[in-house]
Design a protein. Structure first.
Lengths: 119, 109
């Protein structure tokens, strides 16, 4: 069964350091999301890509976070510098492109996530 | 920002009980609705999509009320393995999925 791959699974970093996460979506999925989930909360969107283009990054703290999906396939999320409050689970998800195809209720498939601890 | 509201629980129910969760959403333009299940420290996984006509999958029934802008999930004959957090998810089509904060369910032997 096709899966969304994320690495690393766990990351511990010191505050003010740089950290990067990688995601490889399910093959053929045009839409890719990065979500952040704090313990006890629901996932919150950081950025949405459609192919290589950013569709929504309104909730991305752009002073320290950046995301790219250069070839419209895999994606990298970077934090620099990391802060204590960035400790969370970072989830990548992908879904088929429903635009113009009349697809409804198109689900998103999640990777296992990267658990970040900033110390 | 558009919101999805859920009772965080926890709901503590005995095995075999029936339990229902509700979720309200604020964006009347929402088109797609889902319930996701998330086990502790795991990623969310789709439990079921929610259709206008309602849908049932074994012990699970989902309903959508567009007029009142709420979604419900009913679990019959609860099992220990149903213990998890249930996330209500909404979107407008090609916009990002918006998640509720989740409802925790604990099924007790």
């Amino acid at each position: 069964e096709a899966e969304v791959a994320q690495s690393p699974r766990y990351k511990i970093t010191e505050k003010s350091q740089a950290v990067a996460f990688w995601c490889d979506p399910i093959s053929g999925h045009a839409t890719l999301y990065w979500y952040r989930q704090i313990l006890g909360q629901g996932p919150e969107l950081l950025v949405q890509f459609q192919d290589e283009s950013v569709v929504d990054d309104s909730q991305l703290p752009k002073d320290r976070f950046s995301a790219e999906r250069l070839k419209g396939v895999d994606s990298t999320l970077k934090i620099q510098p990391a802060e204590l409050g960035d400790s969370a689970m970072y989830l990548c998800a992908s879904s088929p492109d429903g635009t113009g195809q009349g697809l409804k209720n198109t689900e998103a498939f999640f990777g296992q996530g990267t658990r970040l601890t900033v110390v | 920002r558009k919101e999805v509201e859920q009772d965080p629980g926890p709901f503590n129910v005995p095995e075999g009980a029936t339990v229902a969760f509700n979720c309200t959403y604020s964006n009347s333009a929402s088109q797609s609705f889902f319930w996701y299940r998330q086990d502790c420290r795991k990623e969310p996984k789709l439990l079921m999509s929610v259709y206008s006509s309602g849908n049932e999958d074994g012990r699970f029934t989902a309903q959508l009320n567009r007029a009142s802008q709420y979604i419900s999930l009913l679990i019959r004959d609860s099992k220990l393995s149903d213990s998890a957090t249930y996330l209500c998810v909404v979107n407008e089509g090609n916009t990002p999925l918006v998640f509720g904060k989740g409802t925790r369910l604990s099924v007790i032997a």
